[in-house]
Design a protein around this ligand. Structure first.
Ligand SMILES: *Cc1c(COP(=O)(O)O)cnc(C)c1O
Length: 463
């Protein structure tokens, strides 16, 4: 399998080149040159596999330059860190199938991809005798999952900037209690945007970037999409065991368009699904895109589902590539226009196509709280605020087929929102309580790029 860029100037990359490149060098995003089509007998044989065996089969279609025994080991190691034997179990509550994606080390779905990506990075770096220093800014979930993905790994250091006092207490503990030598937590006196701006400034210093072998962790790496394709198939097979159905429908709470894009690729591979339900909070740029053909920037609102408080969806360009049927010049034109004007609009013909792939609804904080509360009182099951957005959106625009809602985080990760939604006292979660007594390591610095650079230079490993 070869990889190419959505902007047309990079092609013919091997899987390992695509993994290590991350963002394509022409500014685009990398995609496989073809999407493998599963045959009916293949689907049947996949339907009985365990999660890790299924992950191996699906990933091996794309990771064609990793020897089979190595890939098996990487997959097995990655999911051994999950605390549920099924990795991503499906539980039925009321009429809804909940796909629980939060059994990894940081209790959010990002672990599914970042545990695997961490192992894959280490594998390539050892093979090529190189080092990588990952730097990134986080408002919470991505940073903790990335740290958990690379802690203790050889040839990798990670530096994560977060805004001091502005991530949830659970998220802060999940980061700062990781005291491995290769993990550097940096609390910035400033906002998430300040942290993000510092990272951008550091990456723009080409000399510094080269000298310190810097890499990033954002959701543009193809491996993050790839690892997430697996659980769409897994969930479909589990639902089909319980109910005779031709098709299912997935509801996906969305921010960067990464998770739902993985589902879209699963559909292209032959997974029998209806249109995907794209669920946003009040940051609804993607919802406006589907419903009105209007992809235009607005201000970011802080919501009760903070991991979706995003306006520019970094994976969106991948979907544009398919929408424009591989016309890379059209992708370049659209992305240029977006950069200049903050807006892309779509013709009626393209809107029809978009609406064959997705239906969309946006859910505000009030509706999110009501959904958590009513679902809890009806079933005894607690939805986290992101998952609640997906469940609510499905009740607005879902079709009459079995419904799978992706549960992207454990409710214990967002106690502030949960306490607003329900009065009952919940027993504390052991995996979080255990963190409270642990030693922490974190450096607090002013929001100043030169200070951060000094700190990275002091601690990085040279390539
Ligand atoms: C990151 C995140 C999302 C959004 O996922 P995207 O791939 O960015 O669309 C949703 N829920 C939770 C809990 C997250 O951490």
């Amino acid at each position: 399998m070869k990889y190419c860029s959505t902007r047309g100037q990079v092609r013919d990359l091997s899987f390992s080149d695509a993994v290590m490149m991350g963002l394509a060098s022409d500014g685009g995003l990398l995609l496989p040159e073809q999407i493998p089509q599963l045959t009916q007998p293949q689907l049947e044989s996949f339907s009985r596999l365990s999660y890790t065996d299924l992950a191996y089969e699906i990933i091996s279609l794309y990771a064609t330059d990793v020897p089979a025994a190595d890939l098996r080991r990487l997959v097995n190691t990655s999911y051994a860190s999950f605390n549920h034997p099924e990795i991503t179990p499906v539980v039925k509550q009321d009429d809804v199938y909940i796909l629980e994606l939060f059994h990894g080390p940081t209790l959010a779905f990002k672990d599914v991809a970042l545990q695997f990506l961490g192992n894959l990075f280490e594998y390539y770096l050892i093979r090529d005798n190189r080092n990588l220093n990952i730097i990134g800014a986080t408002s919470g979930d991505t940073g903790s999952a990335a740290i958990a993905g690379v802690r203790g790994k050889k040839n990798i250091n990670i530096f994560i900037l977060f805004p001091f006092g502005r991530v949830s207490s659970v998220q802060e503990m999940q980061m700062t209690t990781v005291t491995d030598d290769n993990v550097f937590n940096v609390a910035i006196d400033g906002t998430f945007d300040d942290a993000q701006a510092i990272i951008k400034e550091i990456f723009n210093d080409q000399q510094f970037k080269q000298t310190h072998a810097l890499g990033s962790i954002n959701s543009i790496n193809w491996v993050r999409v790839l690892a997430q394709i697996v659980y769409y198939f897994y969930a479909y097979f589990r639902v089909r065991e319980q109910t005779a159905c031709e098709q299912v429908q997935f509801s996906v709470p969305t921010g960067n368009f990464g998770d739902i894009f993985a589902g879209y690729i699963a559909g292209k591979m032959g997974l029998p699904t209806r249109r995907f339900i794209l669920a946003t909070n009040s940051n609804n740029i993607l919802c406006r895109f589907v419903n009105e053909g209007d992809y235009s920037l607005a201000d970011v609102h802080h919501s009760l589902s903070p991991s979706m408080d995003i306006q520019v969806a970094s994976n969106f360009e991948r979907y544009l590539y398919y929408l424009y049927e591989g016309d890379t010049a059209a992708v370049v034109t659209a992305m240029d226009r977006f950069k200049k004007t903050g807006k892309i609009t779509f013709s009626a013909a393209l809107q029809t196509k978009i609406q064959q792939d997705f239906v969309a609804a946006s859910v505000d904080d009030q509706q999110t709280l009501e959904q958590i509360s009513s679902f809890y009182h009806h079933t005894g099951y607690l939805l986290d605020p992101h998952t609640a957005v997906g469940v609510k959106a499905a009740s607005k625009v879902g079709e009459d087929v079995p419904l799978v809602c992706l549960a992207t985080a454990h409710p214990a990760k967002f106690p502030e929102a949960i306490n607003k939604a329900i009065k009952d006292k919940r027993p504390p979660l052991e995996i979080i309580e255990r963190l409270r007594g642990l030693p922490r390591r974190c450096e607090r610095l002013a929001a100043d790029a030169s200070l951060i650079k000094e700190m990275v230079a002091r601690n990085s490993s040279k390539s």
